[in-house]
Write a protein that binds this ligand. Structure first.
Ligand SMILES: Cc1ncc(C[n+]2csc(CCOP(=O)(O)OP(=O)(O)O)c2C)c(N)n1
Ligand code: SF4
Ligand SMILES: [Mg+2]
Length: 269
C-alpha cells in the first residue's frame, strides 16, 4: 500500500468542486486535517472520517480514505463501537456544533469521560447551517439567527470547556483564520492517545455572517481575527468585557490512560 506524503493524497479530487458556499470555513478545517495527516504520514487504510449531518457532514465525501455519515448527533455512538472493535483505526469525527453540543451533547460528554481513542473536530459555525441558520447552543448571546430575529436570549455553551471537564486528554479551540494554530492543534490532537477535541470556529457567511451583518468570507476572517483572544489575554478581562470576545487556545493536554487500555488490563485480571 502506498504511503501518502502530501495533504492532497488524503483528498478525493474526483469529488470536487465541493458544494460548500464561497467563504465557508469547512474546507479550511478539512484541509487542516489533511495537512496534519500528511505531516504525521498516517496510511490511508488506518483512517476513518466519521461525520454527522449538516454542512460539515459533507466532509466525508471529499476524503480519499474510509468515511461514513452518522445520524445527526449519534456519530460518536457509532464511533464508540468502531473504536472498541477496530482499535488500530484512527477515528476522526468531523462534527457540527449541533452534532456536538445539541442533539449529540450527551454522546460527546460520555465519549470524553470514557477517554475513547477518538479525535473530534467540532466545526462551530454558531448555527444549524444546513437547515437554514437556526441558533444552536454555541450561538453567542444576542446573535441574530432565523430563530432569534431579535437576538438570541440564551448564553452560549462553551463546548471545549465541557469536554475538558468531562475528562478528555486533549482539548483546544481556534478559528479558521488562525490556520497555523489550527493545523498544529489538529496534529497534537491526532497524536494524543485517548479522547481529543479541537473546536474550530468556522465561517458561515451565508447564515451567521449575513444575519449578523458581519459580511462574506473575508469579513468573517477579519471578525475572527478581531473577535477572538488567546486564553491568557481573555482571562484577564472583566466579566462584562468577556461578553465582547471569544477565547481560543489550548485548554488541556494530559496523558490519562485511555478506555481500551484500562479495559484490557481489567480483563486480564
Ligand atoms: C435526528 C435529526 N434531527 C434533526 C435533523 C435535521 N437536521 C439536519 S442538519 C441539522 C443541523 C445541523 O447543524 P450543525 O450540526 O451545526 O451542522 P452545520 O450544518 O452547521 O455544519 C438538523 C437539525 C436530522 N437530520 N436528524
Ligand atoms: S450554509 Fe454556511 S456552513 Fe453551510 S456551506 Fe454555506 S457557508 Fe458553509
Ligand atoms: Mg453548525
Amino acid at each position: 500500500m502506498d504511503i501518502p506524503v502530501r495533504y492532497g493524497d488524503y483528498i478525493d479530487w474526483d469529488q470536487l468542486p465541493h458544494l460548500w458556499c464561497p467563504g465557508c470555513g469547512n474546507g479550511i478545517a478539512l484541509k487542516g486535517v489533511a495537512l496534519a495527516l500528511a505531516e504525521l504520514n498516517i496510511p490511508l487504510h488506518k483512517l476513518l472520517l466519521a461525520t454527522g449531518i449538516g454542512c460539515s457532514g459533507r466532509a466525508g465525501n471529499y476524503v480519499s480514505f474510509h468515511s461514513f455519515d452518522g445520524t445527526h448527533g449519534r456519530t460518536l455512538a457509532f464511533c464508540t463501537g468502531i473504536n472498541v472493535t477496530q482499535p488500530d483505526l484512527k477515528i476522526i469525527a468531523f462534527l457540527g456544533d449541533g452534532d456536538c453540543g445539541a442533539i449529540g451533547g450527551n454522546h460527546l460528554l460520555h465519549a470524553a469521560r470514557r477517554n475513547l481513542n477518538i479525535t473530534v473536530i467540532e466545526i462551530n459555525n454558531f448555527n444549524y447551517a444546513m437547515t437554514g441558520g437556526q441558533f444552536s447552543p454555541t450561538t453567542p448571546l444576542s446573535s441574530i439567527t432565523s430563530t432569534s430575529r431579535k437576538g438570541k436570549a440564551e448564553y452560549a455553551m462553551d463546548t471545549a470547556s465541557l469536554v475538558a471537564e468531562a475528562g478528555a486528554n486533549y482539548v483546544a479551540s481556534t478559528t479558521v483564520y488562525h490556520t497555523s494554530q489550527l493545523n498544529n492543534f489538529i496534529k497534537e490532537a491526532l497524536l494524543t492517545r485517548g479522547f481529543s477535541f479541537v473546536e474550530v470556529m468556522s465561517s458561515c457567511p451565508t447564515y451567521y455572517g449575513r444575519y449578523n451583518h458581519i459580511g462574506d468570507g473575508p469579513e468573517m476572517m477579519k471578525w475572527f481575527k478581531e473577535k477572538t483572544l488567546p486564553r491568557d489575554k481573555y482571562e484577564k478581562l472583566s466579566l462584562e468585557e468577556k461578553q465582547n470576545y471569544i477565547e481560543r487556545g489550548k485548554l488541556v493536554q494530559r496523558n490519562r490512560e485511555d478506555f481500551l487500555t484500562t479495559y484490557k488490563k481489567r480483563r486480564k485480571k
